[in-house]
Ligand binder design. Structure first.
Ligand code: NDP
Length: 244
């Protein structure tokens, strides 16, 4: 059941996170949207509220553990519990290793891995206390296999899958916290704008014949959230039909 669940979503200012917030709010969840671009968050919250839904937003940069903890505090203060935490914020500045884009490697590790860990760290004590919760981490098909110019990005997404599996093993049986990995193939979003290596962009466009829409991934997340408490959806992999 999605109705009345309190759901925190990072990276909710665009793409998959925004579509997920809209879908879950439509299904009756109380959603807390987070990202850095508050103008976008505010617009989406207005859209939800105008359609009769319940939503609020909180600005947080996931590279800051203080910001992520403040996001959890805000959700608790506003709604009194957190049923689902979606770690979705991410970047994909693909590049060939010999371009040595070390700053981009660092940002990817900070946002895609450490940002997810900070979300988990903020959610665990609350969910342990509730003896109920669900943490959903957005990995990728790139978390299953490495593509050209994707060594570091894939590294971060493999890490997200490993961390989520560890979370499931440790906290599902003892604390009733479910853990779900969402692994999309190519989705048409703003994510490609983070690529500064033109050769990597050309390589990606050459192998991308079609893309999913953010709504396709929102539907997958809604499915995982909607399952009864005894059923834990561990991973959903979803590709465009024509993606090899
Ligand atoms: P978008 O670029 O549309 O969304 C990325 C979101 O992450 C934005 O809301 C952005 O918000 C947020 N974000 C980025 N950096 C930070 C930060 N430091 N702190 C807080 N929020 C941040 O891309 P997608 O919707 O495609 O990406 C969502 C997730 O899906 C990512 O984890 C991505 O790796 C994953 N994914 C995407 C695929 C695709 O093909 N699009 C395929 C597989 C996985 P803001 O800038 O406002 O902070």
């Amino acid at each position: 059941m999605i109705q009345d669940k309190v759901v925190v979503i990072t990276g909710a200012s665009s793409g998959i996170g925004q579509a997920t917030a809209l879908q879950l709010a439509k299904d009756g969840a109380k959603v807390v949207l987070s990202a850095r671009r508050t103008d976008r968050l505010e617009k989406t919250v207005q859209e939800i509220v105008q359609s009769g839904g319940i939503a609020s937003y909180f600005a947080a940069d996931v590279i800051s553990k203080t910001d992520v903890q403040a996001l959890a505090d805000f959700a608790m203060h506003t709604y009194g519990r957190i049923d689902v935490w979606v770690n979705n914020a991410g970047l994909m500045p693909l590049s060939y290793l010999n371009k040595r884009k070390i700053d981009e490697w660092e940002t990817m590790v900070d946002v895609n891995i450490k940002g997810v860990l900070y979300g988990i760290a903020a959610a665990i004590p609350i969910m342990e206390q509730q003896h109920s919760g669900h943490i959903i981490n957005v990995s990728s098909v790139a978390g299953h296999r490495v593509g050209m110019a994707g060594a570091v990005y894939s590294g971060t997404k493999f890490a997200v899958r490993a961390i989520t599996e560890g979370l499931r093993m440790e906290l599902s049986p003892t604390a009733n916290i479910r853990a779900t990995i969402i692994s999309p193939g190519l989705v048409e979003t703003e994510l490609l704008t983070t690529i500064t290596d033109e050769d990597a962009l050309i390589a990606l466009k050459a192998r991308a014949s079609s893309a999913l829409q953010s709504q396709d991934i929102a539907n997958a997340i809604a499915y995982a959230v909607d399952q009864p408490e005894w059923a834990s959806v561990n991973e959903i992999v979803i590709r465009p039909t024509t993606q090899p």
